[in-house]
Design a protein around this ligand. Structure first.
Ligand code: ARG
Length: 498
């Protein structure tokens, strides 16, 4: 299909709209209006549709992405119609051959749409009828675009959802690899963006891994809930024809069919869920992106980006910018907008299908596209970036960062934690106010003394860390094993790398 297919005249079959005001909104191929350009509902109408109506209501410029799914769904529908005796074997074969031909035309870009093709479903059915003759008119037997479009979108979600989950897995695997490579490198951990307690770099990277692990889990669970075939619901109430929705459901590889035809054509929970999954995952990437931006500043200096994954400035010759990380952050706003916008679209809708539901596609397509591109770009960025572990170590060996570990040393000697906290807090204040290193104050303090100084040795605070799930070396080694096991688990399900 001609994806860029601009140049379609959206008007022309009807009258009424002020000429020249309707702009080209893009679509498949070209094609002047002619007598083939009848609407699907022409029987009921004396007049053709107005130019302004077509321009406003068309969805062909975005739902052409469903062309392959539409053909897949129609093939299963035709097979079912033949099975229940609504089509003869010959009729089914003729329609199937026409569907194949349309598939080829779309793939090779020779498919031409007409102004009256308001969406991809109309366009394909029209072309099938042109190719197969009158028998093509039987394709839509027992079917409505309402169940058809719901089906197509679920097929799309299944297909693209799998791709998206593989992109997530790729980044998750990179985080685990980089965490393993990080060895015993450490840096200050932050709360309120103030140095708080040292953590292993591997621990920090794995924190981002676990967020992605939950994203994957959420995505696959949402895909499982979306695994319902709506075909056979008809416009809203089923059909008097002997359709077999179970047959199409299993022919298309769905786990189950709908239970309620009204629900089948109006349910877009699966779209809303996907938008949430995408929005939250993009929020995770945004937070990762924010750290990449911070860490690659000269002020932090913890991370150096590879040239291939950095951008320059058009005016400032020395600049090397983390644009991928910034866009990972920026695009989270857009995906949150898709989720909230679509929930607003759904909120007031009565049962069953309403044209408002056509608004499900653009946010969904964009959310999938945006998130998968962000995952791939961040994966490349993280795979090629260099951690400046020396800069990290220098920042982390600032003695004051060991304050909590010092208080815990006092706790080990029997001091109640509140008292220890107050005592070390007072030392920190004195150190800052009098400009004396905290180690010197510890040495001279009567209740403390030199045997507490070990905590200020480089890396000592981390070596002492021992609680499960914490940033101590043993706990992180265990955590790395758990993370690797998760990758193997996802790899087994998705057949991707682990
Ligand atoms: N383009 C429409 C959509 O995306 C298809 C269904 C139209 N159905 C109808 N009864 N007008 O939702």
């Amino acid at each position: 299909m001609n994806e860029g297919g601009r140049g379609r005249d959206t008007g022309g079959t009807g009258g009424g709209a002020p000429g020249g005001l309707i702009r080209d909104t893009g679509g498949i191929g070209g094609g002047a209006p002619d007598d083939r350009g009848r609407t699907l509902w022409h029987g009921r109408f004396r007049e053709g549709p107005a130019e302004a109506l077509l321009a406003f209501t068309t969805s062909l410029h975005f739902d052409r992405r469903l062309a392959g799914d539409d053909i897949t769904g129609s093939r299963a529908h035709v097979q079912m119609l033949a099975k229940v005796g609504l089509l003869t074997g010959d009729e089914a074969a003729m329609i199937a051959a026409a569907l194949d031909r349309v598939g080829v035309e779309i793939e090779t870009g020779s498919f031409e749409s007409l102004p009256s093709d308001e969406d991809i479903h109309t366009a394909i059915e029209r072309r099938v009828t042109e190719l197969a003759g009158v028998v093509g008119g039987k394709l839509h037997t027992g079917r409505s675009r309402n169940d058809q479009v719901a089906l197509d979108l679920r097929l799309y979600v299944r297909r693209e959802g799998l791709f998206l989950s593989r992109c997530m897995l790729a980044l998750a695997a990179t985080l685990v690899r980089r965490a393993r490579e990080a060895g015993d490198a450490y840096l200050p951990g932050y709360t309120h963006l103030q140095r708080a307690q040292n953590v292993l770099l591997s621990h920090h990277l794995l924190a981002h891994f676990w967020a992605l692990d939950r994203d994957l889990d959420r995505l696959l669970a949402a895909l499982e809930r979306a695994d319902v075939s709506p075909l056979g619901a008809g416009a809203l109430g089923g059909s008097s024809l002997p359709l077999d929705p179970d047959h199409v459901a299993s022919a298309l590889g769905f786990g189950r069919r709908f239970q309620n035809s009204l629900d089948a054509v109006s349910d877009r929970d699966f779209v809303a869920e996907m938008l949430f999954v995408c929005a939250l995952s993009q929020v995770h990437l945004s937070r990762m992106g924010e750290e990449v931006v911070l860490w690659s500043t000269e002020e932090f200096g913890f991370l150096h980006l590879a040239d291939e994954y950095s951008t320059g400035s058009s005016m400032l010759p020395h600049k090397k910018n983390p644009d991928i990380a910034e866009l990972a952050r920026g695009k989270a706003g857009r995906l949150i907008g898709h989720l909230t916008g679509f929930l607003a679209t759904l909120k007031g809708l009565p049962l069953a299908y309403n044209r408002d539901l056509q608004e499900d596609k653009e946010p969904l397509f964009d959310a999938f596209d945006t998130l998968s591109l962000a995952l791939l770009a961040l994966d490349g960025l993280l795979s090629t970036a260099t951690f400046d572990v020396e800069r990290m170590r220098l920042a982390a060996d600032e003695p004051i960062v060991a304050a909590t570990d010092l208080a815990e040393d006092l706790v080990r000697r029997g001091t109640p934690f509140r008292e220890a906290h107050a005592a070390v807090g007072a030392l920190a204040r004195q150190s800052i106010e009098r400009g004396i290193p905290i180690e010197e104050l510890v040495m001279t303090e009567p209740d403390l003394g030199p045997d507490l100084l070990g905590i200020f040795e480089p890396g000592a605070s981390l070596r002492n860390r021992r609680s499960a799930g914490g940033s101590g070396p043993l706990a992180v080694r265990e955590q790395l094993e758990q993370a690797a096991a998760r990758l193997t688990h996802w790899g087994g399900i998705l057949g991707g790398d682990d």
